[in-house]
Write a protein that binds this ligand. Structure first.
Ligand code: SAM
Length: 256
């Protein structure tokens, strides 16, 4: 009999947020990859405005802050992450131009054509890749850029176990050519697309393994937490087994 496996999206948000609280990043990514993506963006000045959507505690936002002269607004739905974000900005002396605000990516507080760059690492899946590209476009100036990471299939065919898992966790997962076509259709010139190295996932899963021990102690006997940890372990196990079939991809486009 096939058992129905849970994905981390099936759990109480408080558990998920507590697990990822006080971490540098809440998803797969690294300063090197943020800088690599940033190298495709031209023309940023001290007058430019960037929004980092689903910024979490701001690991990647601080890299943007330290490597551009721009004003940057980080938006996240979880207030504790935004508190940590603003503490991070202060500790790096970026607080005058890097600010975190609580907000919903489905209803962003920006004016039309206010932004020069929209950034979103490991977060656009919350609204859906295609919907996010379409709905956020109006906030960009003409010629402004969007840079997002998205979980993506590397091949047309894959084993049922991994197909079924991601189909349930994120039905919008698709291949690179299909994602690029969605970007073009949404009104962007696709500028660059590249696959992030495996190490961004392995580092992320290694961090999770270390965090689990303390987390299980903190919530000893809590069945929901045990199930959450099991689901996380299963996701990581699948990654190591099937990593040739999927991974994170950076998609960078320019509003036309
Ligand atoms: N960008 C960060 C990083 O790469 O470390 C965080 C990525 S984390 C996987 C996804 C983030 O999206 C979380 O911080 C979560 O709170 C945020 N999020 C989820 N739904 C959201 C929504 N509707 N509006 C704004 N943020 C949201």
């Amino acid at each position: 009999m096939k058992t129905e496996k849970q994905t981390i999206h099936d759990f109480d948000l408080n558990i998920i947020y507590d697990f990822f609280s006080n971490s540098e990043r809440q998803g797969p990514g690294s300063p090197e990859e943020t800088l690599r993506a940033l190298s495709f963006i031209n023309g940023l000045t001290e007058k430019s405005k960037i929004a980092d959507i689903g910024c979490g505690t701001g690991g990647q936002t601080m890299v943007l802050g330290q490597n551009t002269p721009c004003e940057i607004i980080g938006v996240d739905a979880w207030p504790d992450f935004i508190d940590q974000f603003n503490q991070n900005a202060r500790s790096k002396n970026l607080q005058n131009r890097v600010k975190g605000i609580v907000g919903n990516m489905e209803n962003l507080p920006f004016e039309e054509e206010e932004l020069d760059l929209i950034w979103s690492e490991g977060a656009i899946y919350n609204i859906g890749f295609e919907r996010g590209l379409n709905e956020w476009r109006k906030f960009l100036k003409k010629g402004g850029y969007i840079a997002v990471t998205e979980n993506t299939w590397f091949s047309e065919e894959r084993p049922d176990e991994i197909q079924d898992f991601w189909q349930k966790a994120y039905p919008e997962i698709d291949t690179i050519p299909n994602k690029v076509a969605q970007m073009q259709k949404a009104g962007y010139l696709p500028i660059a697309t590249y696959v992030l190295p495996e190490t961004i996932w392995t580092a992320y899963y290694t961090w999770q393994t270390l965090r689990r021990e303390a987390f299980l102690k903190k919530y000893a006997g809590n069945k929901a937490v045990e199930k959450f940890i099991d689901a996380q372990r299963y996701e990581a196990e699948l990654y190591y087994k099937y990593k040739e079939y999927y991974g994170y991809v950076f998609y960078i486009g320019k509003k036309i």
